[in-house]
Design a protein around this ligand. Structure first.
Ligand code: 13P
Length: 248
């Protein structure tokens, strides 16, 4: 059985005290939850959040990492440093980093290797823009993002990777992909994984949906056959919304 996961991506939001308060509230309200719950916070909050989450069900993720382990890379943070904090996950390939930091599939493949080499699990994000969907290249594009990002991994390494389909046109826009569109793409993603790794690996891979996921649509989205939870942006910043999504 693949894991059901809800992850909150705080992006560049929350100062430290706000993050601590939010984290404590989530811990208090999700102790009975069977889904895996993850919060992904700015680097400078991670050490504190890892401490707060010790002995709880809540897991902590970084939002990015560098692809090298050390050296003259001013302003960067390595996966060795993240692993040393006791972190569980790192998000790699978020569309905002692809767009604003020119991150390519081949660079992301190197980041994934760097994370796995430090025993960090990966949430690998990808998805098409509105233009790409309108031009009907979205299925091919997602196939390429997956092929170039993770197909160099072994089947064993694939067990450490969670996929997150985030159509760019649905992120932060209030416009959610319909549950039919999401299911159709998630089935495609699982088929792409099957074509390389076989159905056992594909069936055990968690595929999350992200993009304007909120309490009012999460139940419908999460009930689709190939949707194994969500990666939540805006709604993860409000405890009531986030907890309601976790319990959807
Ligand atoms: P929103 O939920 O704010 O659309 O963001 C989704 C996202 O980018 C999560 O990584």
């Amino acid at each position: 059985m693949r894991k059901q996961i809800v992850a909150g991506n705080w992006k560049m939001n929350k100062n430290l005290q706000e993050g601590i308060d939010l984290c404590k509230s989530i811990i208090a309200l999700t102790s009975e939850v069977t889904r895996e719950v993850i919060i992904s916070a700015p680097y400078i909050h991670l050490a504190t959040l890892v401490d707060l989450c010790k002995g709880t069900n809540l897991k902590v993720a970084a939002q990015n990492c560098h692809h090298k382990q050390s050296g003259a890379y001013t302003g960067e943070v390595s996966t060795a440093m993240l692993a040393d904090l006791g972190l569980d996950y790192v998000i790699i390939g978020h569309s905002e980093r692809r767009a604003f930091n020119a991150e390519t599939n081949s660079l992301l493949a190197e980041k994934i290797d760097a994370a796995l080499s430090q025993n960090l699990k990966v949430i690998y994000c990808f998805g098409e823009t509105l233009e790409e969907r309108k031009s009907n290249v979205h299925f091919d594009l997602v196939r390429t993002q997956i092929t170039e990002g993770v197909f160099h991994l072994s089947a064993e390494q694939m067990t450490k990777v969670v996929f997150a389909y985030e159509p760019v046109w649905a992120i932060g826009t209030g416009e959610t992909a319909s549950s039919e569109q999401v299911q159709e793409m998630h089935a495609h993603i699982r088929q792409v994984i099957t074509s390389k790794y076989g159905s056992e690996v594909a069936q055990n891979t968690s595929i999350l949906y992200g993009g304007s996921c909120k309490p009012s649509n999460s139940t419908d989205l999460f009930s689709q056959t190939d949707v194994d939870g969500g990666l939540i942006g805006g709604a993860s910043l409000k405890v009531t919304d986030f907890v309601s999504i976790i319990k959807a």
